[in-house]
Design a protein around this ligand. Structure first.
Ligand SMILES: Nc1ncnc2c1ncn2[C@@H]1O[C@H](COP(=O)(O)OP(=O)(O)OP(=O)(O)O)[C@@H](O)[C@H]1O
Ligand SMILES: [Mg+2]
Length: 298
């Protein structure tokens, strides 16, 4: 057995210390890596859940599209019998003496069938599929047509409607059906935000000069509902973002609105205050402006 001299012992001790330090560093690195792995596994779980949810929502969206198509074909089928009823009622009314006791009944039939025909037309316009068809449209007229579609829902839920349509506001170059889709989505969201009733205000008028091209039109859909918390607001236009319970919303409404508005060269903004209400402002460029000259800012 050889005895170590002092120098060698000191060197060995130093090497041992170094080895211990290396082991400590390696252990820390290992700890860190396993912590990272735990985080990654959690993230992976979250992503898997997100994909599952998105698949579910896509399926829901598909179902909605099918319901829309069914509604369109039913509306289409209703058109012919309705026209026949209307024609016959008109003929009977023409032939009937003005003081006939049954005349009042026929007048009611006449008015109610006319209302049904308007509803069917609105449904057909709202459900139409196919390439966008741009033409000059009057946003106030489209707002009226859309409100007609949801009239009974508004009544049932105690929602009062205020229409502030500026008679001088210009028309826009838009796809009617897509414009109605925007209005329907915004009105539906507003109604959902007022489960105990409230006021739905629709304003149509020239867009504020500072914010848009001259001749642009602003359509505002405002409610007195629950509002959107400030931390949620930046996310509401993301596809599939919803705060509704499972199966109640696809979270596609506002993202579809944003896409359509952008395709029309317009902008969409949302202002909201919790417990006060929400206002969605859609600005569309004036009729006759070539699409290429428009720069969507949203
Ligand atoms: N007027 C509003 N008042 C309060 N919250 C709103 C309003 N409009 C939208 N939101 C919020 O934004 C979310 C996203 O709206 P969006 O229309 O995109 O989807 P959704 O209404 O949840 O589902 P879908 O429209 O597909 O049925 C809603 O879940 C809701 O939290
Ligand atoms: Mg919606």
């Amino acid at each position: 057995m050889t005895l170590l001299n002092d120098d060698e012992a000191a060197r060995l001790r130093q090497e041992l210390d170094q080895a211990r330090q290396t082991i400590r560093i390696l252990r820390e690195e290992l700890d860190q890596t396993s912590r990272g792995l735990v985080v990654l596994t959690l993230e992976l779980d979250r992503k898997r859940e997100e994909i599952q949810n998105s698949t579910e929502q896509l399926w829901q969206a598909g179902k909605l599209a099918t319901v829309g198509e069914m509604a369109a074909s039913v509306a289409h089928e209703l058109n012919n019998p309705l026209t026949a009823i209307m024609l016959w009622t008109e003929k009977l009314l023409m032939d009937m003496p003005l003081d006939h006791p049954k005349r009042a009944g026929l007048v009611v039939i006449d008015q109610e069938t006319a209302r049904m025909a308007r509803l069917v037309r609105s449904l057909l316009v709202s459900c139409r599929r196919g390439p966008p068809l741009r033409a000059p449209v009057d946003p106030s007229e489209e707002a009226d047509g859309t409100l007609e579609l949801v009239r009974h829902v508004l009544q049932k839920q105690g929602v009062a409607v205020v229409r502030e349509f500026d008679p001088g506001s210009p028309r826009v170059q838009a796809d009617r059906q897509q414009l109605r889709q925007i209005l329907l989505n915004l009105i539906t969201n507003a109604v959902d935000a007022m489960p105990r009733g409230g006021t739905l205000t629709i304003r149509v008028g020239p867009a504020p000069a500072a914010e848009a091209l001259p001749g642009s039109v602003q359509i505002e859909v405002a409610d007195t509902g629950q509002g959107i918390p400030a931390d949620v607001l930046p996310r509401v236009m993301e596809p599939f973002f919803t705060t509704r319970p499972e199966g109640r919303g696809t979270g596609l409404g506002l993202s579809i609105c944003r896409r359509i508005v952008a395709e029309h060269g317009g902008t969409i903004r949302i202002r909201s205050t919790v417990d006060v209400g929400t206002s969605v402002l859609v600005v569309l460029p004036p009729e006759g402006l070539p699409t290429a000259a428009r720069t969507p800012t949203t």
